[in-house]
Ligand binder design. Structure first.
Ligand code: PMP
Length: 387
């Protein structure tokens, strides 16, 4: 196979043409967005235009968008006891996070470790609403963080229901919406989120830009990075204007979700193909609403590490369901929380596609899967004979 096919969009998506063009234009300018001269003002206009575009993506007001270096930082900025409601301090006493959150949320942000509590999920990977209700009843001013859609399984969380429960308990809700834009509706008001994290590189913008968005009168009372007072005092440091401009341009394209239905068709074809080749394959979270682009599957006896390398040699980029930041596959906390047997979880392979995934990419992946399976079976047989 000469052409490679990229199926790791949940890790990072390709840069959209529109984002690249905005970034190239911006890189040609000189000026600090905080400077009052014409050059500075020109750059400031680009930052503010991008802020409007990102706000438009989630139906927020531009003044409630704070640019950060990515969603990891946005999550860290958001998860603080120092919350202000309507301009008045409303210190949060406890943080509740779902058991399937991204590591940046699981770190607990700026809450002390003993003030952080994990909420269970069902076998389908959906936050257990009964557990949520009874857990937050034990706190006076709870802070809850639940992701919009899981990066491993693609399972979409019932955020509007969660918001109703959280608000009835005097709580504040933060939503890590990183995997949503361009795929599902992400309007902050409709979701009922108070705070929302976004990442540029998951929606066709550059790596190293993100935002924390606030719905209205709930704000962060304590910056994470202090200094020059940029971003209305919430995030010091000279803005990465090219990355912000690219983020804005990508957000404007993602806002119309033009590719979601096509992605769902491709994903369905892909899953039918996987089942045809491997009838014993298990697709995680299949009984819950899922993103239109994500499939996490496993086959008993298959090891993800070996399968991923084998896919790679066959021209296909996929990933394991688990965090793999050090290049070493670790057990997936998401599948563990869903009650999946560790031996099966170890074999989980994540296939995530996007707006430019073609029919032939899907065919190439299924051809590669056939080869991967037959070579793994041969290896198994040889191991069996040797034993
Ligand atoms: N949250 C989720 C759900 C993610 O998938 C990621 C990226 N893996 C992040 C947060 C972190 O985003 P960033 O890479 O922008 O720091």
């Amino acid at each position: 196979m000469s052409e490679r096919a990229y199926f790791d969009w949940n890790a990072t998506a390709p840069l959209r043409q529109e984002a690249r063009a905005a970034m190239v234009t911006t890189l040609g300018l000189t000026g600090n967005a905080s400077s009052v001269h014409a050059e500075g003002r020109a750059v400031r206009r680009l930052v503010e235009a991008a802020r409007e575009q990102v706000a438009g993506l989630v139906g927020a007001e531009a003044k409630n968008v704070t640019f950060t270096s990515g969603a990891t930082e946005a999550n860290m900025l958001a998860l603080t006891p120092a919350i202000e409601i309507g301009g008045r301090k409303s210190l949060r006493d406890r943080l509740f996070i779902s058991a399937i959150e991204h590591p940046s949320v699981r770190s607990g942000g700026r809450f002390p470790a003993d003030a952080v509590e994990e909420l269970p999920v069902t076998g389908a990977g959906v936050v257990d609403l009964h557990a949520l209700r009874s857990a937050i009843a034990r706190a006076e001013r709870p802070f809850v963080s639940v992701m919009l859609a899981n990066n491993e399984t693609g399972v979409i969380q019932p955020i509007a229901d969660i918001a109703a429960i959280v608000h009835a308990a005097n709580g504040v809700l933060h939503v890590d919406a990183v995997q949503g834009p361009g795929r599902i509706a992400c309007r902050i008001g409709e979701l009922g989120a108070d705070l929302m994290s976004l990442s540029a590189h998951k929606l066709g913008g550059p790596q190293g830009a993100g935002a924390l968005v606030s719905r209205g009168d709930i704000h962060i009372g304590e910056p994470l990075i202090k200094g020059g007072g940029q971003e209305r005092g919430l995030r010091a440091g000279t803005e990465n204007v090219a990355a912000i401009a690219g983020f804005g341009a990508a957000a404007a394209v993602a806002a119309n979700q033009a590719d979601a239905a096509r992605m769902a068709d491709s994903r369905d074809r892909l899953e039918a193909g996987i089942k045809a080749i491997l009838p014993e394959a298990l697709i995680f979270g299949q009984s819950a609403p899922r993103l239109p682009n994500t499939t996490l599957f496993a086959v008993p006896g298959m090891k993800a590490e070996t399968a991923i390398i084998s896919f790679d040699l066959n021209g296909i980029a996929v990933s394991s369901g688990s965090a793999c930041s050090s290049g070493k596959v670790q057990a997936s906390h998401v599948l563990a929380a869903m009650g999946v047997e560790p031996s099966l979880a170890q074999g989980a392979v994540r296939v995530s596609l996007g707006w430019s995934t073609s029919e032939s990419d899907i065919e190439n992946l299924l051809d590669a899967l056939t080869k991967v399976v037959s070579s793994l079976r041969k290896r198994h047989m040889n191991a069996g004979l040797a034993a």
